[in-house]
Write a protein that binds this ligand. Sequence first.
Ligand SMILES: *Cc1c(COP(=O)(O)O)cnc(C)c1O
Length: 378
Amino acid sequence: MTAPIPFERPVFVTRPVLPPLGDYVALLETVWQSHALTNMGPMHQMLERAIGDRLGVGQVALWNNGTSALMGAIRALDLRGKVVVTPFTFPATVHAIALLGLEPIFADIDEESLTIDPAKITEVLVDEVSGIMGTHVYGRLCDTAGIFEVAQASGLKVVYDGAHSFSRNPPIFPDDPTVLGDITTLSFHATKLFHSVEGGATITSDPELDRRLRLLRNFGIASESDVELIGMNGKLSEVHAAMGIAMLGMIEGEIAQREGVASAYIAGLEGVDGIRIVAGNAQSMQYFVVRVDPDAFGSDRDSLFDTLRSMNVVARKYFSPLCSDMEPYSALPSAQNLPIARAVASQVLALPFYGGMSTDDATRITDIVKWHHDGNRR
Ligand SMILES: *Cc1c(COP(=O)(O)O)cnc(C)c1O
């Protein structure tokens, strides 16, 4: 195989999708005319309804980002003491627990789904645990039925970080607490397939929880004369909500383009020993992730990462390091023994994946992977 030609400019793991500027400006003109800039204004309400309709759930509350949605969820459920959480997630999931003064307890993940394993949750349960937080990794659902069972048996609340799952179509959010948990959160950060630059949401099938979430989002203010609980400022501004509205029209086209890129990746990687595709095929169009089995592939993930980097392909080791290995958490007893998560974190690699890429770019990237596999190193 002849040496691949490096990309002229870096190809990053993602590139935010943008609506036509004119569409956004037209919405901003409405904002300018109304002088309503935030506090659940018309754009916010329109986006909240539109997202509820798309997901097929009634009780969606928008937030200013996914992290405050997670913190709102923990407060709405009044979690105390300790919360069992996956180590294989973005830091925000674990930080939300710790920032509120609670202690995370890590439980290992399932080898196949890469999500928190209900059997491992049972193993780490102690009296002070009040809740469970799982992440639908790359849009792959947690074992929601298994987690529901553990939660019911021990009287625990369940929060799902669904930051990766919104793009999935058809959506994964039935109005069903066995699947939604008590609360599911979303992120609309710029790097997600659907975004409002910054933004997030909570989903619940419980009207009382939904009411508490909305209070928490707005300083606990129930009425002009009544502050009912300790709340925060988690409101999505009109400028951000308008971006979300403009982006709603972009999702299906972006998914279709990504499907083309995914097909090129899948075709190019077929038959390469030691490379397994774990995201980018059906579960979600948010990421395209492979797992590198070092024995079968003949080199490890980090070495492949370096070769790709030398060719101007900026892949991401997503999620590596594990949250349990990060400075604030690495001394916790539960951080010490997570063999599956640790092995998985050393093998995953998110390849560049966005609609603006050509299928040709994807094929060139798979050629680099094959070239590396054939024993060439940079
Ligand atoms: C992006 C992301 C978040 C954080 O969301 P923000 O909107 O950036 O606060 C949380 N969890 C996961 C799994 C994410 O991917």
